[in-house]
Design a binder for this molecule. Sequence first.
Ligand code: ATP
Length: 360
Amino acid sequence: MWLSALAAQNFRCLEKYSIEPHARLNLFVGANAAGKTSLLESIFVLGRARSFRGSSAGELAGPAGQHWGVRGRLQSADDGTPGSAMLMRWQNGQTSVHIDSHEAKRAELVERLPIQVIDPAQHRLLEDGPGYRRRYLDWGVFHVEHRFLKVWRTYERALRQRNQALRQSASDRLLRAWDNDLINSAVQVAELRKAYLERLRPILNHHVGRLLGIERWTVELQQGWRRELGFAEALDAGRDRDRRMRQTVEGPHRAELRIRFGEHSVRNHVSRGQQKMLIAALVLAQAELIRIERGAPPILLIDDLPAELGAEFQSRFVDVLKTYEGQLFITALQIDPGLQALLGGTLFHVEQGQVRSRDD
Ligand SMILES: Nc1ncnc2c1ncn2[C@@H]1O[C@H](COP(=O)(O)OP(=O)(O)OP(=O)(O)O)[C@@H](O)[C@H]1O
């Protein structure tokens, strides 16, 4: 699938733009603060219904007032039909999603338009708390396992109710009533995540080898409760502690994806350049698994591709991207020899919030 048309208005510094992207490669070049990241962010918002910079919907509004909109046309790879019109809008303090003029749910948007980003802030995926890695993992599971969203929502609801019961010092009988829903959904969430990681692992190994040239690395899923216990037993064993802490301490909401290079945690043992390549490997492996299981790769956004990469890493990255089958949106301050190797799609210039293709 690919975006054949894109437009946005009053989105950060982008007053208004409307472009016809290339089906494969789109390069956006411009000076600092020209609006390149904002442009990628507008595409991301269309596919994820949120910012990748952690901004609230209101913070995305530009100077023209408290509103913004992003629209795009999503084509299936090769069926020649007009495609789906997608619209994500924020006004009067509310976001709304439309697909082919019908109001839709955010989850439908996310499901229809798989989109991934590699940006300079992504180092948080490796450096910050487990929540970032869970979010990475769950996005992949969601796109290849249709049951996942429903099961996860059931788990979240049961967890909220159990936590509320714990805060209200409810009886053991009441707590056990919530436990049943919690246990069923927790076990399913953990199984879906585990099965997904097993399918992802060989692809990930391949990409880490290709991008970083290392073999001694491991990725392991910690399910969020004591390994030696089933979840029902872990809940039983932890009930007194949960009562004291007034919350459910163990469960899939505490899962962690542990990534290690040899003996060391990646958090404090790899360079910035290696981090960027590892993140690229994580993202590209998920994209490849989606391509295998859903038949179409996600759209990939790469902000400031050359940043932090020397010639060797940049050329490896570009080599992998040359064979990427999905649509690419890449930004850079300038076209250097590394990026020159990628040319073949459309080159856009971004200047003071305006976006122009070289033919305009
Ligand atoms: N809500 C907003 N309304 C208007 N302008 C904004 C808003 N949020 C950010 N900006 C401005 O938009 C400009 C462009 O930012 P952006 O991050 O898109 O630039 P960039 O081209 O990616 O720059 P760099 O190459 O330095 O990363 C910045 O000057 C920023 O201050």
